[in-house]
Write a protein that binds this ligand. Structure first.
Ligand code: APR
Length: 255
């Protein structure tokens, strides 16, 4: 494993041991896992919310007030970045664990669909997906790549206004996603937490539910998070690509 120091290698071996023994492992992922695919995170250095006020442009009230402006300021650039993005070693590492039977489900806060593109089968899109738009009138769903953005906001054939199928601030998480994710968190015996600042509820609570239900928490992030001190059993301080690649290789050697 290229240029990883001894203590990181020991932590990777320890984390791999947990995953190799675990019967039921899930993963929670955030924007950080897609940074190496060219998609900026929301917070921290180079974060989208450093440039755009999320309460002004990513809140459902803002969309209802001025949908064309929300498209111009946020959704058009998001659409361009997501259209060209491909999975990186972080996504592929999770798929490798799934292929080994060492990972069962991914709960992602990301709307980019990159886990599925990497081959992962059971992915809960906790904050929805940008792959489809939904009509606010007739609720029809349309693939985003079939929606023309000549006129903004884009309209449905029924005349209703389309919106990306993502959960905006001020909106609830789809009940089935919330309940299934909380159930999995309370029954898993290991949880991987990759590339999230763990600051946005209710997703940020899933590792805490898992921890209090006896699961081992393995965190991957270049920076410490609110989970690092009291919740994570192992924190691999590095990028999702490098750490997931090393972790998947270590588990492959143990299986
Ligand atoms: N690999 C792994 N983690 C990384 C990398 C990387 N290459 N680069 C940055 N990170 C980490 C950052 O240190 C940070 O902790 O990823 C995290 C990204 O945090 P956020 O931008 O806050 O993203 P996320 O936690 O997914 O945000 C949650 O907030 O804005 C809403 O709906 C949006 O789903 C999003 C939610």
């Amino acid at each position: 494993m290229p240029n990883l120091d001894k203590s990181t290698l020991n932590q990777i071996a320890y984390a791999a041991g947990i995953l190799a023994k675990a019967q039921h492992t899930i993963a929670l992922t955030g924007a950080g896992i897609s940074v190496e695919s060219g998609i900026p995170p929301f917070r921290g250095k180079g974060g989208l919310w450093e440039k755009i006020d999320p309460m002004k442009y990513a809140h459902i009230d803002a969309y209802l007030r001025n949908p064309a402006e929300v498209w111009e300021v946020l959704f058009l650039s998001m659409r361009d970045v997501l259209q060209n993005a491909t999975p990186n070693d972080g996504h592929k590492g999770l798929y490798r664990l799934e292929a080994l039977g060492a990972l069962q489900t991914i709960v992602t806060q990301n709307i980019d669909g990159l886990h599925q593109l990497a081959g992962s089968k059971d992915v809960i899109e906790f904050h929805g997906s940008f792959a489809t738009q939904r009509c606010m009138g007739c609720a029809r769903q349309v693939p985003s790549n079939e929606v023309s953005v000549e006129t903004l906001p884009p309209l449905c054939q029924c005349g209703g206004m389309l919106r990306p199928d993502v959960v905006m601030f001020g909106e609830l998480i789809p009940m089935d996603h919330l309940q299934r994710s909380q159930r999995l968190a309370s029954t898993c015996d290991a949880m991987l937490v990759v590339g999230t600042s763990a600051t946005v509820e209710p997703a940020a609570h899933l590792p805490i539910i898992a921890k209090h239900s006896g699961a081992a928490i393995i965190e991957i992030n270049p920076e410490p998070t609110p989970l690092t001190r009291d919740i994570s059993d192992v924190t691999l301080l590095g990028t999702g690509g490098e750490m997931m690649n090393a972790l998947a290789s270590a588990v492959e050697q143990m299986r």
